[in-house]
Design a protein around this ligand. Structure first.
Ligand SMILES: Cc1ncc(COP(=O)(O)O)c(C=O)c1O
Length: 321
């Protein structure tokens, strides 16, 4: 029985089983379909609730996390929100470490959910709203310091398999079920790479010919082998210009796509106006990349994308005019 059909014992049980929607208006003049997974309908308004639940429950199951132990993680806000929900319900104090460059509604939301939020200043020259790999390195150092000081469990989203497993066990199979196995491609804007890796593994296991593309910001397409000429892009939640993403499996990557800030922003606005879907920058990037595929190499095909988080998380930015 899925969560719509039963009484849930807590908000944790409401994570996942999100709807899959065909973006029929955005693709009206194109040959092909885009199927969008509405991840912003999770309780913390992002796909990262899934990995928060998986990482914590995996660590509970094998004893790495003890009752009442503090949990710490570096976050651009979404993983932290998921962890705030899961840890709050399960009784683990949670410390979220975030760059000051991320939008502030995220910090306020985590605090409202009971988390302690530590904000880390950006590098000199970095701009608010543009978190670079260098900014993230400072957040990493602070996260390590706090984890050691408090003997905390590090919910390490860049390394722990729970990040992969959440999407391999749930997001990917849900898309396959909801589409009747009818997808031919998948493209995903990468932060830790957990969503891409988990979904791609599930898709390839079902049908190895489902083509899986990594989406990166123009100017920071390092996974595609380009130099990071403009690492301070606007697409929050990923594109950190990090070449070493341990969760990615090279054999599942069929290609790389680039999206400019302006294209991601324009597509997020079109999603809102034309499809009634209020999502963030990276969701816009995913749809822009999918449209590019339908216009070029994948005419007539069906492409799946994740709509990673809610547009409400960016009300303080100029995403919305
Ligand atoms: C809004 C948003 N989009 C995309 C991503 C990237 O997802 P992943 O870390 O699974 O690659 C994140 C990750 O934090 C995110 O918060």
């Amino acid at each position: 029985m899925n969560r719509q059909e039963r009484l849930c014992k807590s908000a944790i049980e409401t994570i996942g089983d999100t709807p899959l929607v065909e973006l029929a208006r955005l693709t009206a003049r194109l040959d092909g379909r885009i199927l969008a997974k509405l991840e912003y309908l999770n309780p913390g308004y992002s796909k990262k609730d899934r990995i928060a639940r998986q990482i914590i429950e995996d660590a509970e199951a094998d004893g790495r996390l003890k009752p009442g132990q503090t949990v710490v993680e570096l976050t651009s806000g979404n993983t932290g929100t998921g962890l705030s929900i899961v840890c709050g319900i399960k009784g683990y104090p949670f410390v979220a470490v975030m760059s000051r460059g991320n939008s502030m509604e995220r910090a306020r939301m985590m605090r409202a959910l009971g988390a302690e939020v530590v904000l880390v200043e950006q590098l000199p020259g970095s701009k608010p709203g543009q978190v670079s790999g260098g900014d993230l390195e400072l957040v990493e150092q602070e996260t390590r310091r706090i984890a050691a000081q408090r003997q905390a469990f590090r919910a390490d989203q860049f390394h722990l398999s729970g990040n992969f497993r959440a999407h391999y066990l749930h997001t990917g199979p849900e898309i396959l079920r909801q589409s009747g196995g009818g997808i031919e491609a998948f493209c995903d804007f990468v932060g830790t790479g957990g969503s891409f890796a988990g979904c791609a593994a599930a898709f390839k296991e079902f049908n190895p010919s489902i083509a899986c593309y990594i989406v990166e910001p123009e100017g920071a397409a390092v996974l595609a082998g380009e130099p990071a000429s403009a690492p301070n892009h606007r697409i929050q939640g990923g594109g950190y210009a990090m070449t070493d993403l341990p969760l990615l499996r090279p054999e599942h990557i069929d290609g790389y796509l680039k999206v400019a800030d302006g294209a991601a922003i324009q597509m997020a606005r079109r999603l809102a106006r034309e499809e009634g879907i209020f999502a963030g920058f990276s969701s816009g990037a995913n749809v822009a990349a999918a449209i590019h595929l339908l216009q070029t190499s994948l005419r007539g095909k069906t492409v799946a994308v994740l709509l990673c988080d809610s547009g409400l998380k960016y009300l303080s930015t100029d995403l919305w005019e």
